[in-house]
Design a protein around this ligand. Structure first.
Ligand code: PEP
Ligand code: MN
Length: 338
């Protein structure tokens, strides 16, 4: 349920309402809006009638049900877009944010050279996997803590905030020491134990859509993180599995406006994993910017032919520079700035 406070309601009135909601056994989530405060009362749907009675309290304008199964993620509870700060970079605001870097952290030289190149080209955040969720157990699994140390070094060298994927909930504390944002990969989007752990962490979460996840299921995954108290979730469309084999996945470009209508959370597009081939990354990036995405995640490698993972879809630094130039008119047409 959503408890909408009156404009100018007193702090005392708000506190009284919060107390009553908690006494009824619900969790409260306050959203301080521009005009008024709104409280989300989250818990067992069966007690709805008792919450309705809060309408008689002073300071309360109305009590309305949230119709969607995802509550905290929905536009019903928060109409304004959420802007998330990632190490000083704001995602979801006017700026169009580009996250770039290699699929995996492979060596100091590879990471630092690639990081410097993407920074020079205008990227805002550096990516790099230190723990890789590979389809085959025989494939490279990542440099683990050594990789995290290199990411921290790359941040020192470039000033770019860094994001890396978490695979095992047990690594959360260690990873948090080194990075600015956690990534949940497509294969873990419904790993609810992992999502719950990340909901208790004080860092933004970059949540990728699974290759077989509907938009509603995707938002329910975001809800797992939000319900634990972490409000900083960024959604990423990275392609879904269809019958088409010319590309690695099919970029669900319509997911961007659909998600934007359903949720206040930022939406980023990863054309690299959707396409699977570097040649399609630029046109799909233009489409993502034009359709209203809040940013991009792009795989870049200083020598893609030597990459241990996802070399085929990785851009060389000069191609990434070209991309940053060529997406600009599309970013501006969508009313954003690069
Ligand atoms: C990645 O970002 O390198 C990755 C593994 O992506 P996804 O989880 O979308 O496949
Ligand atoms: Mn990859």
């Amino acid at each position: 349920m959503i408890i909408v406070m009156r404009q100018g309601a007193a702090k005392k009135e708000l506190n009284e309402v919060l107390k009553r909601i908690r006494d009824l056994g619900y969790k409260t989530h306050i959203i301080h809006g521009v005009e008024r405060d709104v409280i989300g009362a989250i818990g067992d749907e069966r007690g709805k009638a008792r919450l309705q009675s809060l309408e008689s309290l002073s300071g309360v304008e109305k009590v309305v049900p949230i119709l969607k199964p995802f509550k905290l993620a929905s536009r019903e509870i928060k109409t304004e877009p959420t802007v998330i700060d990632v190490g000083g970079v704001k995602i979801g605001g006017e700026g169009f944010v580009v996250i770039a870097g290699p699929c995996s952290v492979e060596s100091r030289e590879q990471l630092i050279e690639t990081a410097i190149a993407v920074k020079k080209a205008g990227a805002h955040i550096l990516r790099g996997g230190a723990y890789k969720p590979r389809t085959s157990p025989y494939s490279f699994q990542g440099m683990e803590e050594e990789g995290l140390k290199l990411l921290a070094e790359a941040r020192e060298a470039t000033g770019l905030p860094v994001v890396t994927e978490i695979v095992n909930p047990a690594d959360a504390e260690l990873i948090a020491k080194y990075v600015d944002m956690f990534q949940v990969g497509a294969r873990n989007v419904q790993n609810f134990a992992l999502l719950k752990v990340l909901g208790q962490i004080d860092k933004p979460i970059f949540l990728k859509r699974g290759m077989m996840t509907t938009i509603e299921e995707f938002l329910m995954s975001a809800e797992y993180i939000l319900a634990e108290g972490n409000r900083r979730v960024i959604l990423c469309e990275r392609g879904i599995r269809t019958f088409e084999r010319a590309t690695r996945n099919t970029l669900d470009i319509s997911a961007v406006p659909v998600l934007k209508g359903m949720t206040h959370l930022p939406v980023v597009v990863d054309p690299s994993h959707a396409a699977g081939h570097w040649q399609y990354v630029l046109p799909l990036s233009k489409a993502a910017a034009a359709v209203g995405a809040d940013g991009l995640m792009i795989e870049v490698h200083y020598r893609p032919e030597e990459a241990v993972s996802d070399g085929l879809q990785s851009l060389k630094p000069e191609k990434f520079r070209e991309l940053m130039r060529e997406i600009n008119p599309f970013v501006r047409a969508a009313g954003r700035t690069l």
